[in-house]
Design a binder for this molecule. Sequence first.
Ligand code: AMP
Ligand code: MG
Length: 437
Amino acid sequence: MPEAACITPTDPITSMNAPRPLMSLDEALERLVAVASRQVIHEVESVSTFDALGRVLAEDVSSALDVPPADNTSMDGYALRVADVPAAGTVLPQSQRIPAGAVGQPLLPGTVARIFTGAQLPPGADAIVMQEQAQALEDGRVRIDTVPQPGQWIRRRGEDILNGSTVLARGQRLSPQALGLAASVGRAELRVLRRPRVAVFSTGDELVMPGQPLKPGAIYNSNRYTLRGLLQAAGCEVQDLGIVPDRLEATRAALRAAALHNDLIVTSGGVSVGEEDHLRPAMQAEGRLDLWQIAMKPGKPLAFGAVRRPNVLGGAAPDGSSGEALFVGLPGNPVSSWVTCLVAVLPLLRALQGMPAAALPSLAARADFDWPRPDRRREFLRARFNADGGLELFANQSSGVLTSAAWADGLVDNPAGQAIARGDTVRFLPLANLSAF
Ligand code: AMP
Ligand code: MG
């Protein structure tokens, strides 16, 4: 009997090699998010507002004060009563001077107060005249060269935030301006979720670290930097396990080490079914694995599963959560691993942090290029805005050309089989929005 006939159709290797229907990215995302939503991170910590950038808020922040706390001036000039200035050219004595931070006296009728931006309005004043529309006279009095409108140049108490209102909502990622807003209501500390813990390793005996000589047959490990950077920018605490050799025992040991303290394990390379691709058998031994062929380009092979936590911890995470670390195996090609990390791992991380499932952030943009021969898979094309606000494509869209990724402002998300002609509107995923949504 020829050797091949000994392999039954149920043999995992055979079925792995057989052409399988490709799964849509949306379906893959639904599955990833569903699993991650079952092990949402619950541990909360207080951090200084200074250190909360990019963290996910674990409380609603409400204000116990009005902001601004009092009516104040938005101009350097003079505080006065409108009724005291019936006509331009009215001359009034100056009764006080109020710099920012000082609190003035009630304004004497028939006088003006010299006042500076941010200073509280003195009781009785109902308008500000900016200094450009007034003239300080030699005798100390002030000529007002305009007829003021009631309320002009006054910032009202509470016009930004009213006492008791919620200014930031639980579950949102903290931007620099959100930190400023929290500070504006007096918050020096914020309750945030602990960071997702993510272990990363690269597989491949051809990989050499920058700083080392490049021996024949080798290439530098770029994915390690790209993935680590993406995950750090997304607010993760990254445990970098470096390069794991293409050997089964080493891969299994790396998975066990990675599962110990992490919520998620992200790897690059080794998820095909070549005999040097050891992740599949290693995952089957240490946990469970689904190998998916995703209908996307770049990034077809994607592996998803979970690794059992070693018994040292009694099968549970330090916070008492699930006894497994989730696993995503990204393809090795540098652009593929970058794109799949953006469109698949980042949504999974959102779900792990209890954030609602959301479409990848996109905008409609004009194509200033032609794409006459689309792929049968959904494509993510590296593109950049030109000075006219249209999108241009990087000339070489190959999944090994990392230059395209460093050049791009984002990805054109092109549906399967859809040709693009110059002037068409396309769906664009801006990198700035993707990397921390
Ligand atoms: P693999 O998925 O392991 O078959 O790798 C696919 C391609 O990506 C091969 O050309 C690898 O050399 C390349 N590759 C794999 N890992 C990395 C990495 N960490 N950095 C750069 N290229 C890689
Ligand atoms: Mg490999």
